[in-house]
Design a protein around this ligand. Structure first.
Ligand code: AMP
Ligand code: MG
Length: 341
């Protein structure tokens, strides 16, 4: 099996491999051999490696061109496995019972001698952990039997990859093996909740919302405003992120000449500044996150559609207003950073 997997690894171009029992084993064999693999999760595609292996983890940073001060999330199979790497307190235990498996990452104190590569934590004494819900990812974790460090499967700073094709396009030869399982259900990265400070703090909003957490957690607050480099606690808070290669203009009420449109809801009254209606725009220049104004559907489509519209013939992407409620908060946080220059 290892031989089969290594043969795949040697090919120069990214290989998109449909997830089956056999190819999941191939992916696990590659991880065990210290290689990196693109893997499906319910949030976004991840670029995974054995979190205990320094060399393997460094391959992730190189493939993504990710700054080495930006720590990675470690994916584990269950709460018991998480507890071998981090100090679980009562609050963490309650939250994991309720929200794992699922799109909630907890930051907890790293256990002494946990064996996690220091490159994963960027030298911090805390660790970000999560139990993913995706069926294929869960089978892969079972086969690989290791903690898997995995950031999003795209070049650092770009919109996250939510389809195998987008991971391949973004990473190119840097990702030789892509375990493909269609588009990700959630489409946005996990909620990150820091439980190591005085108050539980959401560092990144996601599908697990503040309202979801509140019944299980007192005094939870946000610390998600984009910050300048000097002021970041977590590198994910950096000002510019998730950004296409062309400008993104938010809260658009009309379309400027040469712009593509990322719509949300009805575009009946949306016009083009130089004349005409948005509804008559060319299909290559127009996407609707959700015609029914469904925020969950919009989250699922966001990165996929931003990437679709990121074409050199567009001078930018105009994005309609998204309501600041539920997962809309996470969508707006991503868009806010995507729009920074
Ligand atoms: P990504 O891998 O792109 O989904 O990003 C992971 C996010 O988790 C980044 O924003 C990191 O800064 C954040 N993160 C990971 N580990 C920690 C940690 N120990 N403390 C604070 N933030 C963390
Ligand atoms: Mg990322």
């Amino acid at each position: 099996m290892l031989y089969r997997a290594c043969k795949i690894e040697r090919s120069a171009m990214p290989r998109i491999v449909t997830a089956t029992k056999d190819t999941i084993r191939d992916a696990a064999a590659l991880l065990k051999a210290g290689e990196i693999v693109v893997l499906p999760t319910e949030t976004v595609y991840g670029l995974g490696a054995d979190a205990r292996d320094d060399d393997a983890v460094l391959k992730i940073f190189r493939a993504k061109n990710r700054p080495n001060f930006n720590p990675l999330i470690v994916h584990v199979s269950n709460k018991q496995q998480a507890a071998t790497y981090v100090e679980m307190n009562e609050v963490a235990s309650r939250l994991t019972d309720k929200f794992w498996p699922g799109p909630l990452t907890l930051i907890l104190p790293l256990k002494n001698g946990a064996g996690i590569s220091q490159h994963v934590t960027a030298g911090l004494n805390t660790l970000a952990v999560r139990v993913p819900a995706h069926k294929i990812m869960r089978q892969l974790m079972f086969e690989a039997d290791m903690p898997i460090a995995a950031p999003s499967a795209n070049n650092s700073g770009e919109p996250s990859a939510t389809t195998p094709a987008h991971a391949a396009k973004s990473l190119g030869e840097a990702a030789p093996f892509i375990l493909a399982a269609g588009a990700c259900d959630v489409g946005l990265e996990s909620t990150i909740l820091d439980l190591t400070g005085d108050m539980p703090t959401i560092l990144r909003p996601g599908a697990t919302t503040l309202e979801d957490l509140e019944p299980y957690l007192e005094n939870v607050t946000y610390d998600i405003a984009p910050k300048d480099k000097e002021k970041v606690k977590s590198p994910g808070q950096l000002l510019k992120h998730y950004a296409p290669s062309i400008p993104v203009r938010l809260n658009a009420v009309d379309v400027e000449e040469g712009e593509a449109l990322l719509a949300f809801g009805s575009i009946k009254f949306m016009g083009i500044k130089t004349g005409g209606h948005a509804k008559d725009m060319n299909i290559d220049s127009f996407r609707n996150l959700s015609e029914e104004a469904d925020l969950e559907a919009a989250a699922k489509n966001l990165f996929m559609m931003l990437r679709d519209l990121d074409q050199p013939n567009h001078k930018g992407i105009a994005v309609m207003n998204i309501p600041e409620a539920g997962i809309g908060i996470a969508i707006n946080e991503r868009l806010e950073r995507a729009s920074k220059s």
